[in-house]
Design a protein around this ligand. Structure first.
Ligand code: SF4
Length: 218
């Protein structure tokens, strides 16, 4: 993608969805951290189904610890890898209390020191909870960045660095959610909906004539 096309690419995503939001359900920074931790290799829908009952039973690190391993597992057993996720969740709660007064830290190093919290989870929490211009590269963002030519790369980290270098600063705050939602619902893994794509005019992989049937530019 030509550098000159990146601004209109994001302007179109912004016009179509000015305030994009994560589809994970949460009421606090702690619940967001838990939901993102649980979402690895799971859909947001399945995580929300589990956390509705989990957060009703425990919405603080102390309450989560009081539930115990079997108690947490009982709420999240429909999610893949639930045994290790439950263990990591409780270890994380213990460290939040010991190191951070029960609060979610606003620091990449502190977040990545928590069990089960990797770079992607830290990026989501820093962006969604604290408004930091970080960019989590999940499967949808990775696919869209490569397919469109926005920031091609062989690894999520390569794509993340490419995106951070190429996205105009004014769009960085919401870029994470715009790209995830666009990748999830429009630039799908199988059968991307190029005919309904707001950024078809700037995409390297747009099929011939797709722009003709695409929605008008916002
Ligand atoms: S034009 Fe097609 S391939 Fe390009 S971003 Fe849109 S949906 Fe994806």
């Amino acid at each position: 993608m030509e550098p000159v096309h990146i601004e209109p690419f994001f302007a179109a995503l912004a016009a179509a969805n000015p305030e994009p939001e994560t589809e994970l359900e949460y009421k606090s920074d702690f619940e967001l951290l838990c939901a993102v931790l649980l979402s690895a290799q799971a859909t947001d829908v399945s995580v929300n189904r589990a956390t509705r009952t989990l957060f009703a039973a425990a919405s603080t690190p102390a309450q989560m610890l009081a539930l115990g391993l079997e108690g947490v597992q009982a709420h999240i057993q429909s999610i893949g890898l639930y045994r290790s996720k439950a263990r990591h969740l409780l270890q994380t709660c213990q460290l939040l209390i010991e190191r951070h007064g029960g609060q979610v830290p606003r620091s990449r190093a502190a977040l990545e020191a928590l069990p089960g919290v990797g770079r992607k989870t830290a990026n989501v929490v820093l962006n969604v909870a604290f408004g930091e211009p970080t960019l989590a590269v999940d499967t949808h963002v990775f696919r869209l960045a490569n397919r469109s030519g926005l920031a091609p790369g062989r690894t999520p980290l390569e794509v993340e660095h490419g995106l951070l270098a190429r996205i105009p600063p004014a769009y960085l705050r919401h870029a994470h959610n715009w790209l995830i939602l666009h990748g999830r619902y429009v630039c799908r893994a199988r059968a991307p909906l190029c005919g309904q794509c707001h950024v078809v005019a700037w995409c390297d992989s747009a099929p011939p004539n797709a722009a003709a049937s695409a929605p008008p530019r916002p």
